[in-house]
Design a protein around this ligand. Structure first.
Ligand code: GRG
Length: 301
């Protein structure tokens, strides 16, 4: 799954988590059956069969650091990947980014139709909250409510969806560095930050550990988005599984547009350095998060 030079332990852990998250997703998504079978098929198409499961990996890693149960962490990992899959399905629609390819295969609305893709996204989003609210995720109702609240905040108008709105409105506007940082933190950083702090919620960890994981996630999440912008300029379609060169063609406000390729690379490096410095004081248990920072900078897909 990983195509860059990272520590073999980290590569193995990421591959193992991707398989475990896929298995949990397969179990938690409805099987295509009955009169709404096409919807369930489209949900599975959008969520399964591809995806690096990075957000799921962060949930599981944070949960280990906080001493939380791995079974619950895998359910939260599946929930965050459902929300992420919904965002991709909707983002690919003609009214948004209008992308025909995703994860190396036709986008959901191409494989099915637009109405089915909209409904599949809606149902993935709502299923994610159903999974979090189930007592199998954690026996404490207070912890389940906090997971639901925090994911809703990260995914909603003050997070991912709000970031997408600014992104669409800022097209063809003069490049404003501060606005780009705000929109990219909302669009991509907020969900990744939730992924990092969710383990602390599950483990009922001290507030300081939760705050540290969240801050790490925000910085790594922004670096992740900057690298995504860079890959749109420097990446290969076959490796990425989607078209490149779309941001510039659409006049998108990105870090590359604001800072140039080298400036954007430096910004991503400095964000990862800051994120990893936050882990000082944590022992080898935090090594996966340290290595993940390098992975974000080196990734090619
Ligand atoms: C709510 C419609 C809607 C959109 C929200 C997140 C988002 C905004 C749109 C998705 C498209 C996009 C390019 C988002 C930026 C985040 C990002 C880099 C997504 C790709 O994440 P990966 O690389 O994807 O983790 P895989 O396929 O590995 O899961």
């Amino acid at each position: 799954m990983t195509d860059v030079l990272i520590d073999t332990d980290l590569a193995g852990a990421m591959a193992e988590t991707a398989a475990a998250v896929d298995e949990t997703l397969g179990r938690e998504l409805p099987e295509p059956d009955g009169p709404a079978a096409q919807l369930y098929e489209a949900m599975r198409y959008g969520a399964l069969g591809g995806g690096k499961r990075l957000r799921g990996f962060l949930v599981r890693t944070g949960a280990r650091l906080a001493g939380a149960d791995d079974g619950g962490a895998l359910r939260v990992a599946a929930a965050i990947e459902m929300v992420h899959a919904y965002s991709l399905v909707h983002d690919d629609l003609p009214a948004m980014d209008d992308d025909d390819m995703r994860r190396g295969k036709p986008s959901c609305h191409v494989a099915f139709d637009e109405a089915t893709a909209i409904l599949a996204g809606d149902a993935l989003l709502t299923r994610a909250f159903e999974v979090l609210a189930d007592e199998e995720t954690h026996p404490s109702p207070a912890i389940r409510i906090e997971l639901v609240r925090a994911l809703a905040e990260a995914a909603g108008g003050l997070g991912m969806v709000g970031g997408q709105m600014i992104d669409l409105s800022a097209q063809h506007e003069a490049v404003d560095f501060e606005l780009i940082a705000v929109l990219e933190r909302m669009k991509t950083g907020a969900l990744i930050a939730f992924g990092c702090e969710a383990g602390a919620v599950l483990g009922d960890a001290p507030a300081a550990l939760r705050a540290m994981l969240r801050a790490y996630g925000y910085d790594v999440g922004l670096a992740f988005q900057i690298v995504d912008d860079l890959l749109d300029v420097t990446g290969e379609e076959a490796v990425l599984g989607k078209k490149v060169g779309k941001d510039a063609a659409a006049g998108k406000a990105t870090f590359v547009a604001a800072l140039g390729v080298e400036g954007a690379r430096r910004e991503a490096r400095s964000l990862v350095d800051r994120a990893v410095a936050r882990l000082d004081g944590f022992g080898p248990d935090a090594d996966a998060l340290r290595g993940f920072g390098d992975y974000v900078l080196q990734r090619r897909s």
